[in-house]
Design a protein around this ligand. Structure first.
Ligand code: EPZ
Length: 417
């Protein structure tokens, strides 16, 4: 089990390119199972989660290879409809293969994706929607056995909650369904619009992605296309939090400013200033951050739950009290106890975390329990006195393309052991 060793209080400087978005690449790779021919996906981040998706595509009978920053998927016909347990358990992103396989083969067998440390992650909204489209879904011994004996039929679907994964699953199921699907209360995350763009390049007819109502007119078949994945807004937010906690000025290259619309103001409240130039964003952080008062996670375009952990690490060393309200996942403060080991003053109660800023954090041995918790501990290590050892680095690799190399190129003293 590898660890990261960080010696804190090093100022960062320079510029960093933002990776492609993990949460766009995963559904786009699942969509590649739907389209015949050879798709080229540019700016696909090199992560263990995307590797898992490529392994699932290979298992299903597609060719999948990396060529530099791009991934080439050759699909001459998906031969299998089941996804082995070992592959689905590795990433939640695999659930979105359900809609694609049902649409392509009328059959799908997939193990219930493991819950993870941020909550039990049910998929009831996915199942309810696919059943409304004509799927017969049986849950037995942790396996989902799904059939669409008469194919999938377009219909009206209203989501109880704007679930990102359910929205994507429905889009993939509806793209080649018989008739039109209207999806209301759809998730509005930028990754949804990115998936729609790829599907439409392949010949789908998806309208309104990015809004609360999406209309999908089923088409007969989809054929491969090229697509470039949008920048990862959460990876960008993580680098901004690292700059904020170290009083640094850095420039991020390749951002889409509108995707950071809820994140930048929170860091501005903390005293950071920003300048924008085309697709570059420069952050200048003060020596000492001010508290952000209240940070409430919400579905997009609200403050993203995935940015909560790294921003909470910044709040831990800000002047004053910051109250976090985590509205999306029920157990997403696992990083708090580890930050307290480093001297942070954090009290959590259900959705709430009350963070009293302290003068400084101190290096300690800490353990990551999930992807964004790992990012929070790295950010904390960058500003702590002394040395911090972060274990559970494999969580980091799920969502960040060599974060430690990016940070050391910016001047951080961070190495993997
Ligand atoms: C996606 O997860 C992201 N993952 C998550 O990123 C992100 O935190 C989340 O969206 C919210 O933005 C990927 O895209 C691979 P949801 P997803 O369905 O689709 C409840 C990261 O760190 N819910 O929008 O699983 C669910 O329990 C990861 O990159 C149901 O109740 O999120 C949660 O409370 C973490 N029933 C809420 O909705 C369902 O059928 C949001 O879940 C589905 C979801």
């Amino acid at each position: 089990m590898s660890k990261l060793l960080i010696t804190g209080r090093k100022r960062l400087s320079g510029e960093a390119a933002v990776q492609g978005a993990k949460n766009s690449a995963l559904p786009v790779l699942a969509a590649a199972a739907l389209v015949g021919g050879e798709s080229v996906i540019f700016n696909c981040p090199d992560l263990s989660d995307t590797d898992t998706s490529l392994n699932i595509l290979r298992y299903l009978g597609c060719g999948a290879r990396r060529e530099g920053g791009a991934v080439v998927i050759k699909n001459d016909g998906v031969a299998r409809y089941d996804i082995p347990d070992g592959l689905t358990r590795k990433t939640r992103g695999s659930i979105v293969f359900l809609g694609a396989l049902l649409a392509k083969l009328g059959r799908a067998k997939i193990s219930l994706p493991g819950g993870c440390d941020i909550g039990n992650r049910p998929i009831d909204l996915h199942i309810k929607a696919l059943r409304r489209m004509g799927a017969v879904i049986r849950e037995r011994r942790g396996m989902l056995d799904c059939r669409a004996p008469h194919g999938l039929t377009g219909t009206h679907i209203a989501l109880d909650f704007p679930s990102v994964g359910a929205t994507e699953d429905i889009m993939l199921a509806a793209a080649t369904a018989d008739g039109t699907t209207t999806l209301t209360n759809a998730a509005r995350e930028p990754e949804i619009a990115d998936l729609a763009e790829y599907l439409n390049r392949c010949g789908a007819r998806v309208f309104g992605a990015g809004e609360s109502e999406i209309v999908i007119e089923g088409v007969k078949r989809l054929s491969a296309a090229e697509h470039s994945i949008i920048p990862d807004r959460i990876a960008a937010a993580t680098l901004l939090a690292c700059a904020a906690v170290t009083g640094s000025q850095i420039t991020l290259k390749g951002v889409i400013h509108s995707h950071l619309g809820a994140i930048v103001p929170v860091l501005e409240d903390a005293g950071c200033t920003f300048t924008r130039h085309e697709n570059e964003l420069t952050i200048s952080a003060p020596q000492r951050l001010r508290s952000m008062k209240t940070v409430r996670t919400m579905p997009y375009p609200g403050f993203p739950t995935d940015a909560q952990a790294p921003v909470l690490a910044a709040a831990a060393v800000a002047d004053g009290t910051t109250v976090f309200i985590e509205n999306i996942f029920e157990n997403r403060y696992r990083h708090a106890s580890q930050l307290v080991r480093m001297g942070a003053d954090i009290r959590t109660e259900g959705k709430l975390a009350v963070v009293e800023g302290v003068p400084s954090l101190y290096g300690a041995r800490v353990e990551a329990t999930d992807l964004r918790a790992a990012a929070a501990l790295v950010a904390a290590g960058l500003c702590a006195e002394g040395q911090t050892a972060v274990s559970g680095v494999e969580y980091l690799e799920r969502g960040y393309e060599s974060l430690e190399l990016t940070l050391s190129a910016l001047g951080a003293d961070i190495k993997r052991i």
